[in-house]
Design a protein around this ligand. Structure first.
Ligand code: PMV
Length: 312
């Protein structure tokens, strides 16, 4: 990397409880992962974003025919519009360490890595709040109504309770949390899932609000279970949260199968995580050693699985 290049990183995340209801102002608990996205920026002749392992390159100024590439280009152009004018052209090379469309906050991690790399290259300093705002502008290109949880986690990492528009509340776990994340291999579109919940809310607001309130009370209970180190209770609350997400038609037969495999392999609780409709499952293990049996059972059934540790 030469002296005029900049580097940036954004965290991926898992939502322990509270996805979707968080869009409607209820609390959610999320944990940042070390894995996320890393990006490098250097001066070039055009504003280009390249993303690996997707093998995609887009030029901020050139409209793409393919709808997915065009979304990526527009999101990149939205970020670049926040920089000085006339702009110096920069090439950003990003490497995703988490899959996209998997409920692991890959898109927000990508945006944060890009902005940090651009800022480092251009000598710009930005507060975390400003960084979250820019990341949300990117997220709005992909899905109209982001709660901001992915952007907040991509910037900060850690374990926290998130409520839309409020200061985040860091959570201190009573003991280390050991999770297994497994990918269904089905692409989950956060946009379509958020839109589907919005349609259900428009059709029967009272019923949807009741479900969101029920999830909110699971989240509140889960926060104290995490703080008390009561993982058996946390697991039960995750199971209940999954049932409510299923009521909102966010699960799939693969996610159901994965939750069943994880529970039979000893998980204390298992649920879909993130947008759903595909993407990933999150299972809680009693301790770090017991993640191995759960991950192996999922791998044996053909699902890529890995352990995530949240330290106390
Ligand atoms: O699918 P992901 O990783 O983008 O997670 C989305 C979380 C939702 O609550 C479903 C949407 C949001 O903006 O909070």
């Amino acid at each position: 990397m030469n002296a005029r290049a900049g580097e940036g990183h954004g965290h991926g995340k898992v939502i322990l409880l509270g996805e979707h209801s968080v869009v409607y102002g209820r609390p959610a608990i999320a944990a940042g992962m070390t894995l996320g996205c890393r990006a490098y920026a250097e001066f070039a002749t055009a504003d280009v974003l390249s993303v690996e392992p997707w093998g995609v390159s887009v030029d901020a100024a050139t409209v793409e025919a393919d709808p997915e590439r065009e979304l990526l280009r527009r999101a990149f152009a939205v970020l670049r519009e926040h920089y000085e004018s006339p702009r110096r052209a920069l090439h950003v090379r990003a490497t995703m360490q988490v899959p996209g469309g998997a409920g692991l906050g890959g898109s927000a991690a990508l945006s944060v890595a890009i902005v940090r790399a651009l800022d480092a290259c251009l000598g710009i300093e930005r507060t975390n709040e400003q960084l979250v705002e820019l990341s949300m502008a990117w997220e709005r290109v992909f899905h109209g109504n982001p709660s901001g949880i992915d952007s907040a986690m991509a910037v900060r990492g850690g374990l926290l309770q998130y409520v839309r528009g409020q200061p985040h509340l860091p959570i201190r776990p009573g003991k280390a949390l050991s999770f297994v994340v497994a990918n269904s291999g089905e692409h989950g579109s956060t946009k379509s899932m958020v839109e589907s919940v919005a349609r259900q809310h428009a059709r029967d607001p009272a019923k949807a609000e009741q479900i969101f309130d029920a999830i909110a009370s699971l989240v509140t209970n889960a926060k104290s279970a995490v703080e008390d180190g009561d993982h058996r209770r946390l697991g039960q609350l995750m199971d209940l949260n999954h049932t409510l997400l299923n009521t909102l038609m966010l699960s799939t037969s693969k996610l159901e199968e994965m939750c069943g495999i994880a529970r039979r392999a000893g998980a204390l609780g298992a649920k879909l995580t993130g947008g759903g409709g595909g993407g990933c499952m999150l299972a809680l293990a009693a301790d770090a050693e017991r993640t191995t049996a759960i991950a192996q059972a999922l791998s044996a059934a053909g699902y890529a699985a890995f352990a995530v540790e949240v330290v106390a």
